[in-house]
Design a protein around this ligand. Structure first.
Ligand SMILES: CC(C)(COP(=O)(O)OP(=O)(O)OC[C@H]1O[C@@H](n2cnc3c(N)ncnc32)[C@H](O)[C@@H]1OP(=O)(O)O)[C@@H](O)C(=O)NCCC(=O)NCCS
Length: 158
């Protein structure tokens, strides 16, 4: 029986954390590896909420760090499903810094992650389709299909 489709809003996830000295390099900026870890977590939460299954991370597309995030700033991660395929799905994670005293926000990274749904034996599981209700959602899903094709091409060519 086909799985019922779900809206992106049902799994959209926001994580907020304060950057502490333990997360930072000697310049007082959050470590890139810590940001990558949080991106994986935020993306996986959105993926779990959409699929309600176990997931593995299959791919993380190119990642840039556009601005530093300082100790004492907030790091905000917003994750949402852009497209569901057969057993995999793409999640977009936008990372923002927010200055606690001024509220100034900046986009610092954008990441696209692919997760594959599996059961406890590692068998692939079908994922619920994503409901595409607006023109913007359809445009986003189309872009996700194009990224997926590129990813699989890169994987095939090593
Ligand atoms: C990710 C993984 C399950 C893919 O296995 P595979 O046998 O190469 O892929 P399959 O042919 O079974 O494909 C399963 C799905 O994953 C997608 N996929 C596989 N590799 C992918 C990649 N590199 N990028 C994007 N999608 C990928 C396929 O397109 C397919 O999606 P679909 O069913 O929606 O069309 C496998 O490589 C793996 O277990 N990797 C390690 C994962 C891991 O340890 N992650 C970190 C900790 S969670």
């Amino acid at each position: 029986m086909p799985l019922p489709p779900k809206r992106a809003a049902e799994s959209a996830t926001e994580m907020v954390q304060v950057v502490l000295p333990n997360d930072a390099n000697p310049l007082g900026f959050i470590l890139g590896g810590t940001v990558m870890h949080l991106i994986d977590i935020a993306g996986a939460i959105a993926g779990h909420r959409h699929t309600r299954s176990l997931l593995v991370t299959a791919a993380v597309d190119e990642l840039q760090f556009l601005h530093p995030i300082k100790v004492g700033d907030l790091i905000i991660l917003k994750a949402h499903v852009t497209c569901a395929f057969q057993t995999s799905l793409e999640v977009q994670v936008d990372v923002f810094s927010e200055e606690t005293l001024t509220g100034r926000r900046q986009l610092t990274s954008r990441a696209f992650l692919t997760f594959v749904a599996i059961d406890r034996d590692g068998q692939r599981l079908p994922v619920p389709p994503l409901l595409l209700e607006t023109e913007e959602e359809k445009r986003v899903a189309e872009a996700a299909h194009a990224r997926r094709a590129e990813r699989l091409k890169r994987k095939a060519t090593g």
